[in-house]
Write a protein that binds this ligand. Sequence first.
Ligand code: CTP
Length: 197
Amino acid sequence: MRFIGNFSSGKMGFSIAEELASQGAQVILVSGPTSLSTQNQNIKRIDVVSAREMYEASLRAFPSCDGGIMTAAVADFTPVTTENTKVKRGKENYTIELTPTKDIAASLGNIKTINQFLVGFALETNDEETNAKLKLEKKNLDFVVLNSLNDKGAGFQYDTNKITIINKRGECKKFGLKSKAEVAKDIVNELIAYYEE
Ligand code: CTP
C-alpha cells in the first residue's frame, strides 16, 4: 500500500534498450515498476520490484553480457522491516528505519572483466563534472552519463534529457537538449566509436 519510491519513469533505460536492439544487440532489460512496454523482439525484459531484486537480476545477467548500462534511479536506502497490515493513523511520531541498498553499478564494476564495458549515470545538483568523475572512478565505470538537475527539461519525468558523457580517459562531451530516444542514440554511438578506435 505504501512504498518508498521516486519519480523515475524508466524512459531513458527503455530508450537505450530499443536503440541497442535496433542496432542488432540482444538486450536484457532489468526494469523496475513502470507502465512502459518494449517494442523490439531482441529485448528480453526482467521485471523487478525492489532494489534487492534489481541487484540479484543484474548480477545474474551481467556475466553473459558484453557490458552494462545502469540507468535505474535505484533507491539508496530501503526500509529495515515491511508491514503486513495497514499502518493506521494516530501515531504521534512515526519513524521508519532505513538501511543502505547495495550499489549495483559498483558491484558490477567489481566483477567486470577486461572485455566488458560499464556505463553509469550521475544525477547531480552541484559540482556536476567533479562528482560525475568521482562516480566513474569509485564504481569502476568506463563511461559516466551526467544529468544535471539544474538543466531545464532534463531528468525524471521529462521526455527530453541533456547529457554530458565523460569517459575513463577523462574526455568530456556535452550534448544539447534532445528527446530521450535521440539521447539513447548518442550514448550508443559514443560507445561504439570508443570501442572501434
Ligand atoms: N546505482 C546503482 N545502485 C544503487 C544506486 C545507484 O547501481 N544502489 C547506479 C545508478 O544506476 C547510476 C549510478 O549508480 O548509474 C549513480 O547513481 P546516483 O544516484 O547518481 O549516485 P549514487 O551512487 O546513488 O550516489 P549519490 O546519491 O550519493 O550521489
